[in-house]
Design a protein around this ligand. Sequence first.
Ligand code: SF4
Length: 452
Amino acid sequence: MPSEHVILDSRKSFIIEKGVAAGATIDCDKESLSGAVSQRACVYCGARVVLNPITDAVHIVHGPIGCASYTWDIRGSLSSDSEMYRNSFSTDLREKDIIFGGETKLAKAIEEVYSAYHPKIIFVYATCVVGVIGDDVDAVCKLAEQTYNLRVIPVKSPGFTGNKRTGYKMACMALMQLMGDEPHEEKIPYTINYLGDFNLAAEAWIIQKYLREMGIRVISTITGDASYSTLINAPKASYNVVQCAGSMTYLAKQMKKTYGIPFEKVRFLGVDETVKALRKIAYLVGDTKVIERTNALIEREMKKTHERLETYKKKVAGKKAAIYVGGGFKAIALIKQFRNLGMHVVVVGTQTGDSEEYAMIRRLTEDGTVILDDANPSELQKFAMDKQADLLVGGVKERPLAYKLGMAFIDHNHERKHALSGFEGAVNFAKEVDMTLNSPVWHYVKNKNKTI
Ligand code: SF4
């Protein structure tokens, strides 16, 4: 493993090069190293991205204004109804509040929001400073619930109490609090909840369209395009299907324990994974007619998709890709998509992948691929350049890095405007890979592949 000065000693166990360190395992699922400038988001941010797409909820960020602005409309999740979630509310804590406590300010903020909007549900996020000064957020929320007769749910998310993955868990706990702890024995047949799709560019709607055709009704999409009424009905579903395993497996397990809903993990990224996911759901429901309809849907969509993908493959095959995304499940799906396009994946990293996911990443990658957990910008730069990647796929924080390196970039997260799930998404992805790799702009980039 190369260990130039850019790799801190304490970070070395989080990085491996496939084929070089035979048998070595990668460190993961641990707190970020202080001072290493992790690309990871904080606990609060993790919780906020999960809950934000509950479109008719009010989200109050109890903390300094910076926490709220950091995540304001961070993901452009689409709504089919309310646009309430597009607002960002903050208690804007100042020095005085930190000295005397922020509970009064929080109670006042809830009162103001209630009077102005009459929402059915308010989420209150506790940020770093609230964790430090020790406001009793639970008590304020409980009193507000009684006073205004609405749900006011605390989300315990001080940024320093873990990492983004902890935030996912806090969001899942808040959702369980919303849905309640009553067991629901009676299930509605042919219904599912679709977990872990934030409907960034209408993905949840694409998947719902497939499921409708198969004869399955989605009770709740958790949390893309979710609402108070769909969420409180979620315990009645017959099955849970989990797309983003990192954020939603905890919720699926809790719902299984409390409401007896079995769950399956699926991936709708790329053609192979989409086909596998649809078949998995059809067999989970186990109805012959559902299976027949699913097979017909797959056959029709494959015909439409195959030719289009081949066109793009001719234009991108042989190029090298680097991946740095939030979850391991997404990284795995991306490796498969790049392979199907005839490309080589030379760097793969995630913010929150677990050891099982990294084992799978190792199985799927070629010798020489650098695999890294919880990377920082210097590491990403070093390995992308060492391995001569032509393209980086990441999120909002990786875009400037790629462009400074003179490298093609794909946003697989916050800011994209086209869907990347399902058959349509596979074509959109291939098209974007071609457009960004073969953009004429790269002919004009000076110092390409030189250190910035
Ligand atoms: S919760 Fe803490 S780490 Fe997260 S944005 Fe606010 S201050 Fe920063």
